[in-house]
Design a binder for this molecule. Structure first.
Ligand code: IVH
Length: 676
């Protein structure tokens, strides 16, 4: 039948992409679906089965560059339980009981329950206790000789820890990479501007099959043993559990999460337990494996074609699925952060239907080269927010569109700004943006800002949710009667809150500036701004240059202040607050009254030989100078130490005097008289 041939060809192609190139172009779930379709076609029409059908083999053909290794005992795969709910375990137990011909009242069967590691299956052949050959599974009969690469893995012993080693012992297990090692590896790749790896499994598989063992050694791999192949000159223990204990005694790494359990309920409990701890494991798993514990019963159960009857893989629902990306919208967070969100064709992944997934930020959209109309792989692991992990570029339609970050906030229309050193774009409408309202009000009322006692989180939530308060200025119009209507608000407390709001009208300029919630403007900066300018109006009209003269204000801060104040919505609220009667004493700028450096502006950059930055600043300020955070035309001197960067360059370009530490000291402490 044509469909079977088509499926065989497709699957073979994907096998090649996955096993040989380590670059899958479809998701695991899609692959499984193709495979299942072919298997069921073949089950229905056995005449369709061809010897080269992918269902008759385990993986890709051995890569030509590695020497072939004939496995003494075929390396089998295991059946995958189709039911990914806990009930899959019950089905397995029922099948075993049936195959063993057990009566319903016969005692429960004993199983070994293990994690299903997500890596690459390997056979380690120990002869007289020495590791002689390590081979991949290949097609189950013939694998690839990867001995030189496997020898670089520290977790794998080169000799077994036993005085009387078996003549022959084939140890089977999984080579994998921990999540931490994978993350560190990708961080290095990113720093070096190299391609990022997709996931630990593909990376581990790729590393094992490197032709240059040095390349393998560069990727941190490790190993868990879970079974055996050929054994000679060694009496096997009666159970699989004891066999694993023996392997552990021989010095092989065996995972500690394994449990000997009895009956279906215990298998279900194991499945549920592992589901719960899965995210905390240091490595990836894609399910659990149940094995009949007794080796005698294993022999009795035997095999069907390529799979043992005594074991099953019980996988978790797929955590990655491919779907179409319909659009990219943006979402405004409570701090004004603007996040691109993928709108998806609904897809069932990680146990839930997902319609939206995060794209994190603009750079991530570019790095992953995600375009509207693409088919993307969506991942949802545990309780983590679903994310778009990669694009299936082969399936990109010709009309796919690139994402453009909006210049205006979709919630309030204020300008969207991305500071030079930040990955996140933000809405500048801090005081007016509905998405940021609650956060802005909480900050406005907080103790070090306007200090409005009794105006807590719950009350703010209610005031915003009922539409009574949109901006901080609205607080000053609230009446006690109105507040008393809200939940958990007695008349007395309503009056207290209104009184506290009223009291907050009389404040200080520093508190007022801090209360505005300008990004990066903390209490200290607010005090510096208040002292430097003395009054609000000069701050509102200050240029970036003028802001740079303020103590500790650098370019990032200056830009943030400018952008906040340039936003008309924010200006509107400041005006409304003043109209509502918010007052603060204003006066002339407070700058040092005397000293040799009065009126001079300094900027410090780089590391000075003797003085710390704070010490240098204190010396200059004591002499009457202003120490600014950034260089402008008004800067008089730049004091440059080692590793000075952009500020020094800017000073040079502006022709500003550049001093070293000694020259600066000479200015601060002029020699009283020269020694005679
Ligand atoms: S036992 C005859 N145990 O999952 C039984 N396999 O098809 C052979 N795997 O090829 C496999 N963790 O690469 C077994 N605890 C575990 C496993 C495990 C991961 C892999 C192995 C195998 C595939 C299942």
């Amino acid at each position: 039948m044509a469909r079977a041939a088509e499926l065989r060809e497709k699957i073979a192609g994907h096998n090649h992409d996955y096993y040989v190139l380590d670059r899958p172009t479809i998701s695991d779930a899609e692959y499984d679906a193709l495979f299942r379709e072919l298997s069921s076609l073949e089950a229905e029409y056995p005449s369709l089965v061809t010897p080269d059908s992918p269902t008759q083999r385990v993986g890709g053909a051995p890569q030509s560059e590695f020497a072939p290794v004939h496995h003494a005992v075929r390396m089998l795969s295991i059946r995958t339980e189709t039911d990914t709910t806990p009930a899959g375990a019950v089905e397995f137990d029922a099948r075993i009981r049936r195959d063993l011909g057990l009566a319903p009242d016969a005692p429960p069967v004993q199983y070994m329950a293990e994690l299903k590691f997500d890596g690459l299956a390997i056979n380690l052949r120990y002869e007289q206790g020495r590791l002689t050959i390590a081979a991949t599974r290949g097609d189950g009969e013939v694998g690839e000789d990867v001995t030189r690469n496997i020898l670089t893995i520290r977790a794998i012993p080169h000799t077994l820890k036993t005085k009387r080693p078996p003549e022959i012992l084939d140890v089977r297990g999984e080579v994998y990479m921990t999540r931490a090692d994978f993350a560190a590896l990708n961080a290095r790749q990113r720093d070096a501007g190299l391609r990022l790896y997709i996931n630990p499994r593909n990376t581990a598989a790729g590393a094992v099959r490197q032709l240059d063992p040095a390349m393998t050694a560069a990727r941190p791999l490790t190993f868990f043993a879970y079974g055996i192949g050929e054994v000679r000159g060694f009496d096997l223990p009666p159970t699989h559990g004891e066999l694993l204990d023996t392997l552990a005694r021989f010095g092989l790494p065996v995972d500690d999460h394994r449990r000997v359990v009895r009956g279906a309920d215990a298998l279900v409990a194991f499945y549920e337990h592992v589901t719960a701890i899965r995210d905390e494991l240091p490595f990836d798993i894609d399910g659990v494996v149940y094995k009949v514990d007794s080796l005698a019963l294993q022999r009795e159960l035997g095999f069907v074609t390529r799979e043992p009857r005594w074991a099953v893989a019980h996988k978790f629902p797929a955590e990655e699925q491919a779907t179409r990306l319909l659009d990219i919208a943006v979402q405004v967070g409570r701090t004004g952060a603007i996040t691109p969100i993928a709108r998806l064709d609904p897809v069932f992944v990680g146990g839930v239907t997902v319609t939206n997934a995060t794209l994190h930020n603009e750079d991530e959209v570019r790095r992953k080269d995600v375009r509207i109309g693409d088919t993307v792989v969506v991942r949802r692991a545990g309780d983590v927010i679903p994310e778009v992990v990669r694009v299936l570029v082969d399936r990109r339609p010709s009309d796919a569109r690139e994402f453009v970050m909006p210049t205006r906030c979709p919630e309030c229309g204020s300008a969207v700004l991305r500071l030079p050193d930040e990955a996140i774009a933000r809405c500048t409408g801090g005081l007016v943006c509905p998405a940021q309202r609650k956060q802005a009000l909480r900050h406005f009322a907080s103790r070090h800002a306007m200090d409005i006692e009794g105006l807590g989180e719950k009350l703010i939530d209610q005031l915003v949710d009922t539409g009574r308060v949109k901006t901080p200025a609205d607080l000053y119009a609230l009446r006690a009667g109105e507040l008393a209507e809200l939940e958990r608000m007695a008349d007395k407390s309503a009056q207290n809150v209104v009184a506290a709001i009223d009291q907050s009208r009389q404040t200080t300029l520093a508190r007022f500036i801090y209360a505005l919630g300008i990004r990066h403007v903390g209490e200290a900066t607010a005090r510096d701004l208040a002292a430097h300018f003395g009054a609000l109006d000069p701050i509102l009209t200050a240029s970036e240059e003028a802001l740079l003269e303020v103590r500790d204000v650098g370019p990032v801060l200056a830009e943030s202040i400018r952008d906040f104040l340039a936003e008309p919505h924010n200006r509107g609220v400041i005006g409304a607050l003043r109209k509502a009667g918010v007052r603060f004493p204003e006066g002339p700028p407070q700058r040092a009254a005397n000293g040799p450096l009065i009126g001079k502006t300094f900027v410090l950059t780089g590391t000075l030989p003797k003085l710390s930055r704070d010490e240098a600043k204190a010396l200059l300020e004591a002499a009457g100078a202003t120490v600014a955070g950034g260089v402008s035309k008004k800067t008089d001197y730049v004091v440059a130490g080692a590793d000075a960067g952009g500020k020094l360059a800017k000073a040079q370009s502006l022709g500003i005097a550049i001093l070293d530490e000694a020259q600066m000291r000479a200015l601060v402490e002029p020699p009283a008289s020269s020694p005679s």
